[in-house]
Design a protein around this ligand. Structure first.
Ligand code: HEC
Length: 121
């Protein structure tokens, strides 16, 4: 076996161990999609607006709120028009948002916000 291969054989296990240590230090975040705590409060200005403005850069906070509120069904959030408007935009539905220590998909964040009465908080 040549020298390079020997060095690699020693290096790879230690890299794996280092990688596992780094990953396990993130354990306070739930990277897998799990149960969303019932008491998780969605803030329009802190959680939703930054997400919307990632694409709708020219919209003010007020304009974004009005557009979202107009297209949101508070009684049955899952059928909100805002979700169907964006259903063909892959980056919208697959984007994960971190709120406190919870990772939630953008559509779930909007549904939860709607079920909380869609406040301008
Ligand atoms: C990943 C990019 C992206 C994100 C994030 C996004 N949008 Fe959009 N949005 C678009 C695109 C692209 C269109 C145009 C879609 C079409 O007309 O088919 C659109 C269209 C709209 C429309 C209808 C057209 C209009 O100009 O009034 C509204 C309302 C809207 N978005 C609101 C929002 C709100 C509120 C949020 C945050 C919850 C949001 N969008 C987040 C990309 C995005």
């Amino acid at each position: 076996m040549n020298r390079k291969a020997r060095i690699l054989r020693r290096l790879i296990p230690s890299l794996l161990v280092a990688g596992m240590i780094i990953l396990s230090s993130c354990e306070k975040y739930s990277w897998v999609k799990g149960e969303v705590p019932e008491d998780l409060v969605i803030s329009f200005s802190q959680n939703i607006y930054p997400f919307c403005s990632g694409c709708h850069r020219s919209w003010s906070t007020e304009r974004t709120y009005d557009n979202l509120f107009e297209n949101t069904d508070i009684i049955t959030p899952a059928s909100s028009r805002i979700l169907s408007i964006h259903s063909s935009i892959t980056a919208f539905g697959s984007q994960m948002i971190q709120i406190d220590t919870v990772l939630i998909s953008a559509p779930d964040m909007i549904k939860l916000w709607a079920s909380q009465g869609a406040p301008s908080n």
